[in-house]
Design a protein around this ligand. Structure first.
Ligand code: 4AD
Length: 432
């Protein structure tokens, strides 16, 4: 047999037509001479009605003995019926059990009230059979597709850079050391230095969607130890050019999801609104004023605390940029302003209190870069050929890193980042 339709492709207009469906037994109800089986596949659920009088004895016996999560193939007839949920039912001609499921289930995908998140993540393969979770991951996939389209449409080249690296990029902490033959090595925190070397290499505009690794000690609802970053870098550009592209990337993702994933939005039961094409820009100093005004103590020059982010997020709502950061709060590769080098050309994109992107115009001048590296207590010699790339013609450039998991979180309106990652990695969790 070959599958002819997914559940959601069957409609009442197909009355009398024969179909072959494949999937899992979502639920079963047997009432003496009649059995109801809900079959689930990737696209949804469909009801099989099995009346003893209308099917073969063998088919009725098989139907009666079905258990939850058995994998079945069903050849059946579509019968239009006004009483049935979608105006039709499927009367099986033959049912084949492809694999039996053990019982009881550690987690029942048909359960109305889901188990707690740890139980669900422990049995993630069962959890992701739930229509709600499938909807979240379809929305995430639509976002990634949209992001790729936007980059491609704007002249970006997709690249892949190493994740086994010799040094830190985002400051000395938060690195995972690994054993790499005779050498010291780490899991990559960010493609930052490679993106910049691509600029020296004349690629002009690049993007990468890949894993980043951060040895975050703390367990929060927005941090993972393995995350996916949507990174880009563009030459002959400043931080405003980077923000323009980011607005396009984010806006188009919302628009494409609204257009192509209406069913999934309905399954999630969320109120999904496409934002304006342009996002408000707030300077860091204005953000500090807002926080101070709400009683949060914060000195100019400190990174925004959780309390400050909350205060500013409550005030701003939705998507907004924070620009003109104090230079000391940002990594060594961030370009300071010529007029006042205490502030730099960095920005964050926030969604309420959650940072989803950080970006900046970068330092492209060799001497300034070496000075910054030394000032931040690092040894320029440790940077090898990264620094060499600045000696032989580095164009001015800018870029950003957008957290894909955090973006998925706000698109799906989830409170916990783990919900939006298939197999999340945190301080406690390394399996499955
Ligand atoms: O702010 P981050 O650390 O910036 C960089 O890596 C820069 N090299 C990017 C740039 O081009 N300037 O990380 C960028 C984004 C964050 O805004 C966040 O969304 C996500 O990556 N991110 C994490 N998401 C989940 N868990 C973590 N531990 C994350 N660390 C960063």
């Amino acid at each position: 047999w070959r599958r002819t339709h997914y559940s959601k492709e069957v409609v009442a207009e197909m009355n009398e037509q024969e179909v072959v469906l494949m999937g899992w037994v979502h639920s079963i109800r047997a009432l003496g001479k009649l059995a109801f089986v809900i079959l689930r596949d990737r696209e949804g659920t469909i009801q099989l009605v099995v009346p003893k009088q209308k099917v073969s004895e063998e088919t009725f016996e098989i139907a009666k003995k079905l258990g939850k999560e058995d994998v079945v193939a069903v050849k059946g007839k579509v019968v239009a019926s006004e009483k049935a949920p979608n105006g039709f039912e499927i009367i099986p001609i033959e049912i084949r059990v492809l694999t039996k499921s053990n019982a009881p289930l550690p987690l029942d995908p048909a359960e109305k009230v889901p188990a707690d998140i740890d139980t669900r993540l422990d049995h993630r393969f069962l959890d992701i059979r739930r229509p709600k979770i499938q909807a979240l991951f379809k929305i995430r996939a639509e976002m990634l597709k949209s992001v790729r389209n936007t980059f491609n449409d704007n002249g970006f080249i997709e690249v892949n850079t190493p994740k086994l690296v010799a040094s830190a990029t985002e400051g000395g902490t938060e690195l995972f050391p690994i054993s790499y033959f005779e050498k010291e090595a780490f899991l990559g925190q960010s493609p930052q230095l490679y993106k910049q070397m691509m600029m020296a290499g004349g690629f002009d505009r690049v993007f990468e969607i890949a894993q980043i690794f951060r040895a975050e000690e703390h367990n929060t609802r927005r941090h993972l130890n393995e995350a996916v970053s949507i990174d880009m870098e563009m030459s002959f550009s400043d931080e405003y050019d980077a923000m323009d592209i980011l607005e396009k990337v984010v806006y188009n993702s919302y628009k494409d999801i609204a257009e192509n994933r209406a069913d999934e939005i309905e399954t999630l039961g969320i109120n999904f609104e496409v934002p304006d094409k342009k996002f408000t820009k707030l300077t860091y100093s204005e953000a500090v004023d807002i926080a101070n005004g709400k009683g949060v103590e914060l000195e100019w020059g400190e990174d925004l605390s959780r309390a400050a982010e909350k205060a500013v997020g409550d005030e701003m709502g939705g998507l907004y940029f924070i620009t003109e950061w104090p230079t000391i709060t940002r990594p060594f590769y961030t370009m300071p302003y010529e007029k006042d080098n205490k502030i730099c050309k960095a920005f964050d994109l926030m969604y309420k209190e959650l940072e989803i992107t950080s970006g900046a115009q970068r330092v492209h001048k060799y001497d300034l870069l070496v000075e910054n590296i030394s000032k931040m207590g690092m040894n320029p010699e440790g940077f090898g050929t990264y620094l060499e790339a600045f000696e032989y013609g580095m164009p001015p450039h800018a870029g950003f890193g957008l957290g894909a998991d955090r973006f998925a979180m706000i698109l799906g309106q989830e409170e916990n980042i783990r919900e939006c990652v298939l197999f999340p990695r945190d301080r406690q969790r390394l399996t499955p």
